[in-house]
Design a protein around this ligand. Structure first.
Ligand SMILES: Nc1nc2c(c(=O)[nH]1)N[C@H]1C(S)=C(S)[C@@H](COP(=O)(O)O)O[C@H]1N2
Ligand SMILES: [Mo]
Length: 309
């Protein structure tokens, strides 16, 4: 089950936009990250802004120390403590299954430098908290198109790295999940322009605890759909298995769309605790599809969202 920990944060810790814009340009100047293609091309900003929330981003410190990454333990602070040991370079991703051009792609070939955009998305965890994160990434659609999905392909399956030597949560007696961590989307969800493969946040490469070097971000779904440290993407005809659904099918469905009207069997999903938010109003109302109903509700026209939760 998802372990619901009470956040231990005290004071309000939302970063004013001006402050992180400064921080970002500092980092850009400093590290020459643009050269390795991890920073957004200015020309892409405009299209990226169309999808981004204008809510203030959560402080970098919270984004990178309050994480779920069970390969490194079930505690929120475990990933920040243990993920540093993960080797993330070189990294390649296998794209296979129902595609005309299957293969093993070096990360640099998968995520071309000029296509990286910044998207500010709220990550809404099924446990009832949320953060706003300035991601860097590329639309998944472009990556899939280059592999040329076959006409019969209907779903996309994703797989995380298995490397117990560097992922302490993958061995021992306290494991709650089966490895590899797996996720899936319907092909039309995967091709939606909101869906990205993220390679960075706050203007820098992804910290390991956030899923380095490449993770999925699907902003209208609960956080657990955003699979980290991806090594395989497989196009399939049948709906693929997904980790939390395997673990507890009653509590976690395939779709996992953020929906304030459909409660988790053990708690309400109507509101969420804003990590680092004001102590006076720590909760906000959860929005249908995490605020993207206008963009994605059409994907589910005619479906019973209680049944297909
Ligand atoms: N491989 C893998 N991916 C994962 C998880 C995990 O345990 N393993 N946890 C998920 C959950 S429950 C959430 S809420 C998000 C958290 O992302 P963040 O730590 O970058 O905020 O990652 C998701 N992706
Ligand atoms: Mo989550």
């Amino acid at each position: 089950m998802h372990v619901r920990e009470k956040p231990k944060f005290g004071e309000s810790e939302i970063t004013p936009k001006s402050a992180w814009l400064d921080r970002r340009s500092l980092m850009r100047g400093a590290a020459g990250l643009a050269a390795v293609g991890l920073l957004p091309a200015t020309a892409r900003r405009a299209s990226a802004a169309r999808y981004s929330t204008d809510a203030p981003p959560t402080a970098y410190e919270y984004v990178t120390t309050y994480n779920n990454f069970y390969e490194f333990g079930t505690g929120k602070s475990d990933p920040a403590k243990h993920a540093g040991q993960l080797t993330t370079s070189p990294w390649s991703v296998v794209i296979d299954g129902m595609v005309a051009r299957p293969g093993t792609y070096a990360l640099e070939d998968l995520v071309g430098p000029r296509t990286v955009e910044e998207r500010i998305y709220r990550l809404r965890c099924v446990e009832g908290w949320s953060m706003v994160i300035p991601w860097l990434g590329v639309p998944l659609a472009g990556v899939l198109k280059r592999a040329e999905p076959a006409p019969g392909a209907k779903y996309v399956a994703f797989e995380t790295l298995v490397r117990p030597a560097e992922m302490p949560g993958q061995s021992g007696i306290f494991q709650v999940l089966d490895w590899p961590y797996v996720e899936g989307l319907r092909l039309d969800e995967a091709m939606h322009p909101l869906t990205i493969l993220a390679t960075g946040l706050y203007g820098e490469p992804l910290p390991n605890q956030n899923g380095a070097p490449v993770r999925l971000v699907v902003p209208w779904k609960y956080g657990y759909k955003s699979i980290k440290s991806i090594v395989r993407i497989t196009l399939t005809e049948k709906q693929p298995p997904t980790t939390w659904n395997i673990q507890n099918p009653r509590e976690y469905g395939f779709y996992s769309n953020v929906n304030p009207e459909v409660d988790h069997p053990r708690w309400s999903q109507a509101t969420e605790r804003v990590i680092g938010g004001s102590l006076l109003s720590p909760q906000r109302d959860t929005e249908m599809f995490n605020g993207y109903a206008g963009e994605v509700a059409g994907l589910y026209a005619g479906m019973d969202l209680r049944k297909f939760h």
